[in-house]
Ligand binder design. Structure first.
Ligand SMILES: Nc1ncnc2c1ncn2[C@@H]1O[C@H](COP(=O)(O)OP(=O)(O)OP(=O)(O)O)[C@@H](O)[C@H]1O
Ligand SMILES: [Mg+2]
Length: 334
């Protein structure tokens, strides 16, 4: 985690970009501290890739002032290029070459020299768990292996600042965790700065020191995961009862400590504000126990970044999950 006086790896003010009539980035300000992980979070079409392409000198902006690693992006693009690495959203590896050949090619492009290139290639294959598959065609690699090779290719040039455009989209949970470990290792061991984009709130939560939420080309929030979570209503415990008598008894028991208990008489449920900790759950159950009331089911609802996105934009993260999955639900049934 970076301190207060740390230098800026990326500093952008009023970044703008349009494609024809379409305004893609509408005045975006970004500040990324050296040695930190910054996540740009947003749904499909939010403008994430466009932002990465501009910050990594691949395309020009229409407006705004940007400094990357201390260099003016517009006036010193070559100086910026020499210290950054980019892993694009879509794999850039050549399927008709082996993993080793892809890395050697990159080492040649980076003018590493024969011996150094060979050593770097071997080291990266080992580190990314690709040594066994080093000499087979990349077209036979799994998605996770391909993504690891993508990142290995980016690291050939020893960049100080790495852009990762959706590094884990399409990966299974295990491959995703492996990628997270690799990213954490880069920051912890080598002090690199990571600018990543993701559609996954959990990913931003897991990796990022700071998170910016991009929606329709505008930042709708920026802060630590904790700060963003504070923007949404607190957590609660939901209790469900087996029959109306138990439900009424519970409401009666709880009304001694709570004035207005959110409840659903048809579903026989009540919602009690809670931090979700074991101690408070036990106190709640003890309270009911003292009145001989037993809950049929208990579930803990902790606000997470999905709730943040919903609260900030008025929409769930993706059109597909309109009614479920907007929070971490942990159900316990007796
Ligand atoms: N070269 C281009 N020409 C025209 N429109 C473009 C171009 N590149 C991007 N756009 C448009 O800009 C908007 C933002 O695209 P961008 O790729 O930056 O989004 P994204 O946040 O990366 O989305 P995804 O999560 O799907 O990767 C989209 O509406 C897209 O259609
Ligand atoms: Mg994209």
């Amino acid at each position: 985690m970076a301190g207060l006086n740390s230098a800026s790896a990326i500093s952008a003010v009023g970044l703008r970009k349009s494609y024809g009539e379409k305004l893609v980035l509408d005045g975006v300000d970004l500040e990324v501290v050296e040695g930190s992980v910054f996540a740009l979070l947003g749904p499909n079409g939010a403008g994430k890739t466009t932002a990465v392409q501009i910050l990594s000198t691949l395309i020009g902006a229409d407006g705004g002032r940007v400094r990357v690693a201390g260099h003016d992006l517009a006036r010193e693009p070559d100086a910026v290029r020499s210290v950054i690495g980019v892993t694009g959203q879509f794999s850039a590896v050549d399927g008709l070459l082996s993993g080793r050949e892809n890395l050697r090619l990159m080492a040649d492009l980076r003018h590493l020299g024969r011996a150094a290139g060979r050593a770097r290639t071997a080291e990266l294959l080992e580190r990314f768990d690709l040594a066994d598959a080093a000499d087979v065609l990349v077209s036979t690699y799994s998605g996770g292996m391909r993504r690891r090779l993508d990142l290995a290719m980016t690291l050939v040039g020893d960049p100080r600042l790495i852009f990762l455009d959706e590094p884990t989209t399409g990966l299974d949970p295990r491959s995703r965790r492996t990628m997270w470990e690799i990213i954490r290792g880069l920051v912890a061991d080598q002090g690199v700065t990571i600018f990543l984009t993701t559609q996954y709130l959990e990913e931003a939560d897991q990796l990022a020191d700071r998170i910016a939420v991009l929606d329709h080309g505008k930042l709708v929030a920026e802060g630590t995961a904790q700060e963003l979570k504070r923007l949404v209503p607190g957590g609660h415990v939901q209790l469900r009862f087996a029959d109306p008598a138990a439900f009424r008894a519970a409401v009666g028991a709880l009304s001694h400590t709570l004035e207005d208990i959110p409840r659903d008489e048809d579903a026989l449920t009540v919602q009690v504000p809670s931090d979700g900790r074991v101690r408070s759950l036990r106190a709640l159950l003890d309270l009911l126990d003292a009145q001989s009331v037993e809950a049929e089911e208990l579930s803990v609802h902790t606000p997470d970044l999905d709730d943040v996105f919903l609260a900030l934009t008025g929409r769930p993260r993706t059109p597909a999950n309109t009614d479920t999955d907007t929070a971490t639900e942990k159900a316990v049934t007796r």
